[in-house]
Write a protein that binds this ligand. Structure first.
Ligand code: AMP
Length: 417
């Protein structure tokens, strides 16, 4: 075993898997850029207060943060999620609303590593600040849905709920606390701890021993005010109009504290039930204010890259793209010609590789084969003497030809098209 390895819950992503990651982000970029979203690149590190505002009662913030005091005595944390950073950036820069942004990149949570759960994990997401329109909620959900379709995923379910207006939610939380406290002995010790911090999160328990008492708990739907009901029905009507299938589940509470009204989750039906949320989001109308900005509504989602790719594996879709070069240069004269030719061809936009260390012709041919290139360009002493190169197709059995160096790019372009 080597002395140094990646820390628990952290991984190296090697080619060709890394190419798949890039394509994942590119596909997301294309989907949301076409809807008017611009990319925000926030720092990995924020003042820890940014995340405390998000919800001190959540595990993500209270137990799982990578935080430390830096050399300037600032208490900072690696971001556990990016919505808080988006809102902090909004307050700092005050862009024109509606502000529609997307992001992609790693987050850090000190969780127990397992399949689909890592300590460093990547997310893509969008956020819109500055509009309360429930049809914007529909746009946001629909963009997530269309993205899964772009990947080729079919086994994704959409679950929608409303956590009500802040007063509805507060009354619901009081009712939940009263109910669970009256049934304390029927809760697992873990859920009792959760109850002390945040009664809402008890509903998230996936432990079977908690199932009965949760099933009989008060339901948020009974606490919805008229405006919460109207908002939820507008969202449902919008999704229906777009023919996006969904179910309403009034047990859906999301992990983070800041949600109001609409919440939703995309569930991967091929994944284990404990780790089957591919992504989710909702409305967080109070968050910008909590971070010191003007009252500004917000809505968005985050989708986990790692877990979504596991779902792609399960469904056999969105494979790693083949990363091949088109041309492989073989130089038996020492290597300087390969240096010049590869540089010339790359400058012309032709994907080109070569071998090193002045190996034998046979060994260079093998390397050409491994590279997946369609064409070998061969240069030996005879070609140097006549200012030519040999162009040898490697795949389709076509005849090789000798061409002058000045004709090389055109010849390759034709052969490759
Ligand atoms: P959240 O920010 O907790 O709402 O999570 C949104 C999505 O990010 C989840 O549905 C997962 O796909 C992904 N995710 C969250 N935590 C992790 C983790 N520790 N490891 C891998 N993916 C994660």
């Amino acid at each position: 075993m080597p002395e140094f390895q990646t820390s628990p819950g952290m991984r190296d992503v090697l080619p060709p898997e890394s190419a798949r990651w890039r394509r994942f982000v590119r596909t997301f970029d294309e989907t949301v850029s076409a809807a008017g979203y611009g990319q925000l690149v926030p720092p990995l590190l924020e003042d820890i207060g940014v995340f405390h505002r998000v919800g001190e009662a959540t595990d993500v913030v209270s137990k799982e943060m990578y935080d430390f005091v830096d050399k300037g005595e600032r208490h900072v944390a690696l971001r556990p999620e990016q919505t808080a950073s988006v809102c902090r950036a909004f307050v700092q820069h005050r862009p024109v609303t509606p502000w529609k942004v997307w992001y992609a990149g790693p987050n850090f949570r000190y969780e127990k590593p397992q399949r689909g759960r890592y300590r460093q994990f990547d997310q893509v997401g969008i956020e819109v600040l500055g509009s309360q329109d429930p049809l914007l909620d529909v746009e946001v959900i629909a963009l997530g849905w269309r993205f899964f379709q772009q990947l080729g995923l079919r086994q994704v379910s959409l679950v929608v709920n409303s956590l009500g207006e802040p007063d509805d939610r507060a009354a619901f939380v009081v009712a939940l606390r009263t109910y669970f406290e009256a049934n304390l002995t029927r809760l697992t010790p873990e859920s009792r701890l959760t109850l002390a911090r945040n009664p809402l999160r008890v509903l998230d328990s996936k432990r079977s021993e908690d199932a009965d008492v949760i099933a009989a708990a008060p339901r948020i739907a009974n606490f919805h005010s008229e405006s919460a009901r109207r908002s939820l029905s507008a969202v449902c009507a919008g999704l229906g109009a777009l023919e996006i299938p969904f179910t309403v589940d009034d047990r859906l509470v999301r992990g983070l504290d800041y949600y109001r009204l609409t919440t939703f989750e995309f569930v991967g039906r091929t994944l284990d039930s404990v780790q089957n949320a591919l992504g989710g989001g909702g409305r967080y109308d109070g968050l910008v204010e909590d971070l010191g900005g003007p009252a500004t509504p917000g809505v968005g989602f985050a989708i986990g890259l790692d877990r979504t790719l596991l779902a792609c594996d399960d469904e056999g879709v969105f494979d790693a793209p083949e990363e091949r070069v088109d041309v492989f240069v073989i130089d038996t004269t020492g290597g300087m010609n390969a240096l010049l030719l590869t540089d010339q061809l790359r400058a012309q936009g032709i994907r080109t590789d070569r071998a090193y260390e002045n190996r034998s012709m046979k060994s260079q041919m093998k390397a050409a084969d491994r590279s997946g290139a369609a064409i070998a360009v061969i240069v030996g002493p005879d070609e140097v003497a006549t200012g030519t190169v040999v162009v040898r197709p490697l795949r389709d059995g076509a005849e090789q030809s000798t061409v002058s160096r000045s004709e090389l790019t055109d010849t390759l372009r034709k052969a490759l098209s």
